[in-house]
Design a protein. Structure first.
Length: 368
């Protein structure tokens, strides 16, 4: 049995629950974390204990008898979290969804139907204003959305506090750029390929979004030999090194390991709309977002807000790179501010939902 049942299946969702069960338990909430799919490897690599998901949603609810169900999202129209949410709601159990970014807000709870809120939990926890706005825009009540931040930002801030991140901009050695690769959008594959709205061309032979951006970066660096930098590609957890065989001889691919350590070793970190771009900024690295089309600025809050510089054409990229490598493009992100840690806000929010469920005799969904 468990007071609180958490289920995640994607690395993005898993990144929000590291340390969560232990903190909830410390508040007297018996918590069980279930994981499936890509989340299992991600949690294992981050030394987070979990149980593999076994059984149907109804079987799991019958065994664990939770008072609250918390789920992450994943790029799967038949995601187990959707089915678990539906089963919990039919059983009168309060449900909370955790969403890490605004991108694909209209698809995360759609399932196989047409309603973007068809499988949405009763409450949402989101990481930034852009994500909150995205759900309000598709009709989810603002009063049921809690903007609590991202625990990964806490960890990045604590990493910076506990580790000396060497300022490297004045070194004469060959500089290293860490490029944060992104895979394929499994909700809407056309988002991962060239469209008529692209303002980046790449070399013309590849239509994959990540390849186009990487080609632009490599060619821009070739036009700026004074920068003297090598590019190390960090694949998304759903990718493999072989996805970058087409760039053999131009890049180095390094997968796995501590992402914050990888970011801190680089002279600069470049990505598109990866959450790790924000974490790298908090750690203290110069960061830059290269986007193939301007509309993608809306996909990640700090880029939308202008806290992380983004470029969408070759000319601006060539202008930005020397300043980036000289450490003159600050990201206006600090993390760990006076408002406290995001993980603590999330823990207290979930625990409060559990306490209300415990103390009320009203139907569960009315109390969320």
């Amino acid at each position: 049995m468990a007071d609180i049942l958490i289920h995640v299946e994607d690395p993005g969702a898993a990144n929000m629950v590291i340390g969560l069960p232990e903190k909830l338990f410390a508040l007297g909430c018996d918590t069980q974390l279930l994981a499936s799919s890509y989340a299992k490897e991600f949690l294992t690599s981050n030394k987070q204990a979990f149980s593999p998901r076994l059984g149907t949603p109804l079987e799991i609810l019958k065994i664990t008898k939770p008072k609250v169900v918390v789920v992450g999202t994943s790029e799967d129209k038949q995601a187990f979290s959707l089915l678990l949410t539906h089963a919990a709601q039919k059983s009168g159990i309060p449900t909370i969804g955790m969403v890490d970014m605004a991108c694909n807000a209209h698809n995360r709870f759609r399932g196989g139907g047409d309603d973007p809120l068809g499988y949405v939990p009763a409450q949402l926890i989101v990481t930034d204003q852009a994500t909150k706005d995205a759900y309000i825009q598709i009709g989810f009540p603002a009063k049921k959305i809690s903007l609590l931040g991202h625990p990964a930002y806490d960890r990045a801030y604590q990493y910076r506090q506990n580790n000396f991140v060497e300022p490297k901009q004045n070194s004469d050695r060959k500089k290293q750029i860490l490029f944060l690769a992104e895979g394929w959008d499994l909700f809407d594959e056309k988002q991962s390929y060239r469209s008529k709205d692209y303002t980046l061309e790449g070399r013309g032979g590849d239509n994959w979004r990540t390849a186009i951006v990487l080609e632009e970066l490599l060619d821009a660096l070739d036009s700026l030999p004074e920068i003297n930098a090598e590019v190390v590609v960090r694949p998304h957890p759903k990718m493999t090194a072989s996805d970058f065989d087409r760039f053999e001889g131009e890049i180095t691919v390094e997968a796995g390991g501590d992402p914050l350590e990888a970011a801190s070793k680089a002279d600069a970190v470049i990505g598109m709309t990866s959450m790790l771009l924000i974490e790298a900024a908090i750690v203290g690295r110069p960061v830059l977002s290269i986007l193939p089309q301007p509309i993608e600025r809306d996909w990640l809050g700090p880029i939308q807000d202008g806290d992380i510089l983004s470029v969408t054409n070759r000319s601006d990229l060539v202008k930005a790179l020397p300043s980036l490598m000289a450490g003159k493009i600050p990201a206006l992100i600090s993390g760990g501010g006076a408002e406290g840690l995001a993980i603590d806000r999330i823990v207290y929010h979930i625990a409060a939902c559990f306490r209300r469920r415990q103390s009320s005799a009203l139907p569960a969904q009315q109390n969320v």
